[in-house]
Design a protein around this ligand. Structure first.
Ligand code: HEC
Length: 182
């Protein structure tokens, strides 16, 4: 009986997948079940992979100053900045890129681990390095070394408390610096 029921279940799921009825367009949100599955899959996977990454000293001003310009050039369009709270990317992408210039944006992925700064840094580092499948978040580790990624993590810890003017100053690249070469 159980075998028969599970066979019917599997066929039902396969039939639904083949039917083409699932709305895959980015302008229709996932239903609650799909959302829960994807969200849980993502957070469990990141937790498992990121929990034993060693976090360097993120208060090093050098890190902060090199992370700012990189953020401004590579991440701004999706993750926004003080004084800019939407863009074509931030509105159109699904899942939507969280506004990293705000502490809480309703997108409460990083609040599962209340007050755990170490895990926040490990999680951000892992996500920036490896990206997230089937979302707009690229794997920057393919083209940038760990040092540059930690610099952006250091910058992210300060970003929600920057004014638009401070952002401007911290993210400016000093003249003659060779930005995108590795
Ligand atoms: C093309 C758009 C895009 C660009 C460019 C981009 N991201 Fe993302 N990022 C995303 C999306 C979309 C998510 C959410 C993925 C999800 O929820 O599954 C995300 C998630 C993240 C997260 C996890 C946020 C959280 O707390 O859940 C971090 C950290 C992050 N990105 C950092 C960066 C950094 C740093 C850069 C630049 C080097 C960058 N991203 C560039 C689209 C982008």
């Amino acid at each position: 009986m159980i075998v028969l029921l599970s066979a019917i279940g599997v066929l039902g799921v396969a039939g639904f997948i083949y039917s083409g009825l699932y709305p895959i367009g980015a302008d229709v949100p996932h239903n609650a079940v799909t959302y829960w599955v994807l969200e849980t899959l993502r957070e469990r996977s990141i937790k498992r992979a990121a929990s034993d990454i060693n976090v360097p000293d993120l208060s090093d001003p050098e890190l902060l100053l090199s992370g700012g310009p990189d953020y401004n050039e590579m991440c701004l369009e999706c993750h926004l900045k003080p004084g800019k709270n939407k863009s074509d990317m931030s509105v159109g992408l699904y899942p939507s890129p969280p506004n990293l210039s705000q502490d809480g944006d309703g997108n409460d992925h990083n609040h599962d681990e209340h007050g755990d700064e170490k895990y926040t840094a490990q999680r951000q580092f892992w996500i920036i390095k490896h990206g997230i499948k089937a979302s707009g978040m690229p794997a920057w580790g393919e083209t940038h070394d760990d040092q540059r990624i930690w610099a952006m993590v250091a910058f992210l810890q300060k970003l929600p408390r920057l004014t638009p003017e401070q952002y401007q100053i911290i993210t400016a690249r000093s003249d003659g610096e060779n930005n995108h070469s590795h």
